[in-house]
Design a protein around this ligand. Sequence first.
Ligand SMILES: Nc1nc2c(c(=O)[nH]1)N[C@H]1C(S)=C(S)[C@@H](COP(=O)(O)OP(=O)(O)OC[C@H]3O[C@@H](n4cnc5c(N)ncnc54)[C@H](O)[C@@H]3O)O[C@H]1N2
Ligand code: MOO
Length: 394
Amino acid sequence: MSLLPVAEAQARLFALAQPLQAEEAPIAACAGRWLARDVLALRNQPWADLSAMDGYAVRAAEWPGPWRIAGESAAGGAIPAPLAPGEACRIFTGAPLPAGADTILIQENVTRDGDQLLASDDPLPTGRHVRPSASDFATDDVLLTAGNALTPARIALAVLGGHGRLPVGQRPKVALISTGNELVPPGAPTPAGSLPSSNAAMLAAMLSALPCDVIDLGIVPDDLDAMTAALKQAASADIIVSTGGASVGDHDMVRPAFAQAGGALDFWKIRMRPGKPLMAGTLDKAVFLGLPGNPVSAFVTATLFLLPLVRHRAGASAPLPHTTQARLAAPLPATGDRDDYLRAYRGEAGIVSVTSQDSAATAAMAMADCLILRPAVSAAAAAGDTVTILPLAR
Ligand SMILES: Nc1nc2c(c(=O)[nH]1)N[C@H]1C(S)=C(S)[C@@H](COP(=O)(O)OP(=O)(O)OC[C@H]3O[C@@H](n4cnc5c(N)ncnc54)[C@H](O)[C@@H]3O)O[C@H]1N2
Ligand code: MOO
């Protein structure tokens, strides 16, 4: 198989499965999820012409008064009686204006004597300090569209639109499998030849920022039947992720086990460094991603494939990671025949790539707060050159 370009592999991955079915979730369970349908306003916001300040509702044409204070309007209180000519209404922030009033005098700018009121400031433009009815949005306005991420501000908008539940994509179930005879669980003793298994903990931490449910199936030895059984066990999940055993060595069991479990492989080997041995396919209704075992390769491929796949299945309309442009603090060598995803951080003088770009260099990886994206066969870059970066979640 020739090496597949990253963008093509991402497109093929998304084509393997549709977003999961929608569900109606209570607002408290919607943060960070994606809308499955457009959301329309069920009410006008504001519901009436409301005061934006504490003061007095008047007719601007009657400035500077005097007015007789007749009645009061407070948020949550009774609807105030209409204003007769020459009358003002005591009013508080968020309260409806009485019919006939068009402007608010703030209380700092009036002279009040009993129920007599005089303006003590400059003339007011009509409508000053009034929030007109439906000026934020009106009933039946489309507030949010399918595929929108439910950010805190959009949750506020939906609630003000009258909603207590929202149609969102279901939370994908993500099963994690770690393969390798050398692996021991986090914190277990590490006699010679053993290695703490870090990939599942790292992936679970990455996934904790997304609306999904992680099932860690633990460590599976480099054994065809054991791996086949683990994959079958994982097949009820929406996404299966393995790490390790993805390459070409005698102990790399993931591809044959996937075939033996009944999986249909869609692609293997990507034109990227690190992460070349990545594979993907389907097993029953699950999408399978086989990530390389090296922790750095697993991290980079999870960033570019696993997290976007979770977003896609959870209903995101824009599942790919956000990238931006930035200037290099130091030169970079020319790239080879694969796209480079260099671990880097944002320093004061620009972007600095970490000292070791080895796929097993976890200490260097831990210093990174972004990846530099360098296409295959790029010429060397100089300090000050603009490059594309992918900011990493903290
Ligand atoms: N002859 C070739 N050898 C290799 C090739 C190749 O094309 N031809 N590709 C290399 C590349 S690129 C990568 S990346 C690695 C990926 O290999 P695997 O996915 O088969 O991973 P393993 O061999 O199982 O492990 C690699 C490395 O990572 C450690 N590891 C594995 N799992 C974990 C874990 N859960 N936590 C921490 N560390 C883990 C493992 O001990 C190995 O040191 O293959 C190259 N070889
Ligand atoms: O493609 Mo591998 O992930 O370079 O070490």
